[in-house]
Design a protein around this ligand. Structure first.
Ligand code: HEM
Length: 351
């Protein structure tokens, strides 16, 4: 938390303490600290954007009094006892460095963790993060995994340095470390996944479709796909908030562009934009996707489904106005996702 007072820009851009009330939450503070680690233009943009969009998560919840009362960094560092890091913590430091060096890798690592877990079938009790099969060419060849081979490659040097860590643990660890690194909540994480064999790769088609031709069909398919993993409507909407991050790549999915103007910060901007912007079909040669007035941001048909379907939309409205609730629900759902198909896990600290 002390990082906050090292950043004069934060105090300059932070809203007055009176407007913040008691809404301070740890995740938002991590978020603000992360903003300070960005180069100055990014920092300005994040706060300006937050003002423009009214995104509570990006500006709100800063307990300025607490920040000012925090100990100076040098004193805190001197007072902190030297601790021996576990292999998981060492790997987490290296993942953090990877994302710091290239923030655009953060969203892709979150996607890798999600796709390595989202193949789970609760009825058949197969798939999921347990055996780490997304590293195999058979699974990377699945249509939805286009582009994720690169992310597996980024983690190879870390795997080589920490051979006792399974790939399956490493992929999920990379997801939670990236979430924190991008200002999201701490996600409880468990270790102990045991790498499997190519024979455990599940059939292609288990990940959600971005478009089933009509909003009702797309919504039904989302419920069917996430229901197969064991998720309900609220969890589907909470998890989809990850689309605040990253972008679509024409050479991967065929879709193009980011969902939000701050693709390396996990905020509630995805929900605010879904509700407040007018989304129209993009005129182009590519697959159906939607754009707002400026044409710079995009939504997939499956994203828009979340406001077209009343049962989903109530959670979009909830998370748009309550970032604390979003962080809590996202953390719980993402932790659950990363444990699908994995047995005998142990709660493990990675910070
Ligand atoms: C609801 C159903 C979902 C659909 C149809 C969907 C579809 C997509 C598509 C088409 C892309 C673009 C990939 C590319 O071109 O590189 C993407 C990116 C992404 N998705 Fe999803 N997704 C869904 C749910 C989720 C969930 C549950 C998460 C995480 C909890 C997630 C996290 C991400 C992230 C972080 C990216 C950006 C990756 C990057 O920048 O490289 N998505 N998604």
């Amino acid at each position: 938390m002390w990082i906050i007072i090292l950043c004069p820009a934060m105090l300059a851009f932070a809203p007055p303490a009176a407007t913040l009330g008691g809404a301070a939450c740890g995740a938002a503070r991590v978020h603000l600290a992360m903003v300070c680690e960005q180069p100055a233009p990014t920092r300005r943009t994040a706060f300006q954007l937050a003002g423009a969009l009214g995104v509570a998560a990006a500006t709100g919840a800063l307990d300025r009094q607490a920040a000012l009362a925090a100990p100076p960094a040098a004193a805190a560092a001197a007072a902190a006892p030297k601790r021996k890091l576990s292999e998981y913590q060492k790997a987490a430091v290296e993942i953090k460095q990877l994302v710091k060096a290239d923030p655009n890798k953060g969203p892709t690592l979150v996607r890798l963790a999600w796709h390595s877990s989202g193949t789970y079938d609760k009825a058949q009790r197969d798939g999921g993060s347990g055996p780490g099969t997304i590293r195999f060419k058979e699974e990377l060849a699945h249509g939805a995994n286009a582009g994720l081979g690169a992310a597996v490659g980024w983690l190879e040097p870390i795997k080589r340095k920490h051979p006792k860590l399974s790939y399956a643990d490493l992929f999920t660890l990379a997801g939670v470390v990236s979430i924190v690194q991008m200002g999201g909540p701490a996600v409880p994480w468990k270790s102990g996944r045991v790498d499997g064999k190519p024979a455990q790769v599940t059939p292609d088609g288990r990940l959600p479709a971005a478009d089933k031709g009509a909003p009702k069909a797309t919504a039904a398919a989302l419920r069917q796909t996430f229901g197969r993993m064991g998720f309900n409507d609220q969890e589907i909407v909470a998890l989809s908030g990850a689309h605040a991050l990253g972008r679509c790549h024409p050479d991967a999915s065929g879709y193009a562009g980011p969902w939000t103007p701050t693709p390396t910060l996990l905020t509630t901007a995805y929900y605010s934009l879904l509700l407040n912007e007018k989304w129209t079909p993009k005129k182009w040669d590519g697959p159906l996707q939607y754009e707002e007035r400026s044409g710079k941001l995009m939504m997939l048909p499956s994203d828009l489904t979340l406001v077209q379907d009343a049962r989903f939309a109530k959670y979009v409205r909830l998370y748009a106005k309550d970032s604390k609730r979003f962080y809590a629900d996202f953390s719980a759902a993402f932790a659950k996702l990363l444990e699908l198909g994995a047995e005998g896990l142990t709660p493990t600290s990675y910070v």
